[in-house]
Ligand binder design. Sequence first.
Ligand code: NDP
Ligand code: GDR
Length: 371
Amino acid sequence: MKKKALITGITGQDGAYLTELLLKKGYEVHGIKRRASSFNTQRIDHLYQDPHVDNRNLFLHYGDMTDTSNLIRIIQEVQPDEIYNLAAMSHVHVSFETPEYTANVDGLGTLRLLEAIRILNLEKKTKIYQASTSELYGKVQEVPQAEKTPFYPRSPYGVAKIYAYWITVNYREAYNLFACNGILFNHESPIRGETFVTRKITRAVSKIALGLQEKVHLGNLDAKRDWGHAKDYVRMMWMILQAEQPEDWVIATGTTTTVRDFVKMAFAEVGVTLEFKGEGEKEIGYVKSCSNTEYNLEIGKEVVAVDPHYFRPTEVDLLVGDATKAKEKLGWVPEFTLNDLVKDMMENDVSLMKKEVYLKKGGHDILNNYE
Ligand code: NDP
Ligand code: GDR
């Protein structure tokens, strides 16, 4: 019998990579997608199977983390061996504007899944993975951050996720559920959402290099993040549910980098040495030199500016994780370095923007310019 997995948030970055991984492992994969006014399955379209053929192993169900009866019905129908709860309003800055909705989806949504498992008497059958986050650590208490580091969230997103973290622990202890938190630090990829800082940067740098955009406006350049590759991280989600005991695990690279340095690394991929000058809101990044004649960027051109609009009311200044436990007990070995990650993202976005240049020449405009 094939194992069955149910993924909430299957249309997101991690959902797409996890689906790919589980299908390769021979799982029957079920995913919950939201109804939207336009298609929202681009990240998994390459895995989509015609519903009219036999032996399908990928199934999509309409649903929402705010809809209890819908979640219970899907879980009853699917009878999953493993649930991966990846669905969330996952943008930290946006959570300051939609705090109640974020609490409902990211906090109560997790409770709804845990209760569904109990209501359906699936405690012994169904394991559940909760997508916890380094945002739980928030205000720096100690570095690097590990499983026992105290939490101090700094956003409505972080606060909602702390509820989800503890309700997962509580259901494990109260009802013997195989329920685990993966406390994952930032992980990125070529299919990262366009408004997270890494993808915003790699898209903008590609556009600037190809003459499609003048400059990019960013917020806090001093923030430090521990960035890994999403492909390495979804492998761990699966390993966490295959462990002997249900536990909580930190997944991180152990290296931290400022947003400013990430921008420099991205520009380096198109042959540009970027320098910064000025301070605070007046800081700018300009082209010091350009070794790639294909891009021909003018020396001295200002390509990065700071816009306070992107500052958060409360910020998480420094994240750097200690994944020793996962490495020692689960044998996790990440395959991508930060350099590999930046290269992967830049290659993807440069090729995407080259297509846009081509289409523009034919009078078409396919990409929007929202930041
Ligand atoms: P994305 O934002 O790319 O994907 C989020 C997914 O959740 C999408 O499929 C989205 O659907 C879905 N979703 C949002 N709201 C609802 C809702 N109300 N009901 C059902 N589905 C919903 O996130 P990532 O893939 O990057 O992250 C996956 C999970 O891991 C999230 O929970 C995130 O908070 C957490 N996390 C992420 C980290 C990272 O660095 N990427 C680090 C640590 C934790 P739609 O496509 O329709 O919007
Ligand atoms: P984060 O990711 O908040 O860490 O949450 P994001 O990429 O949004 O921000 C990282 C840091 O960059 C700073 N920053 C900017 N951020 C954005 N989005 N846009 C900008 O223009 C900009 N300029 C500077 C931010 O202030 C911040 O310090 C991500 C999400 O995936 C969460 O769901 C997940 O839980 C955590 O990572 C771990």
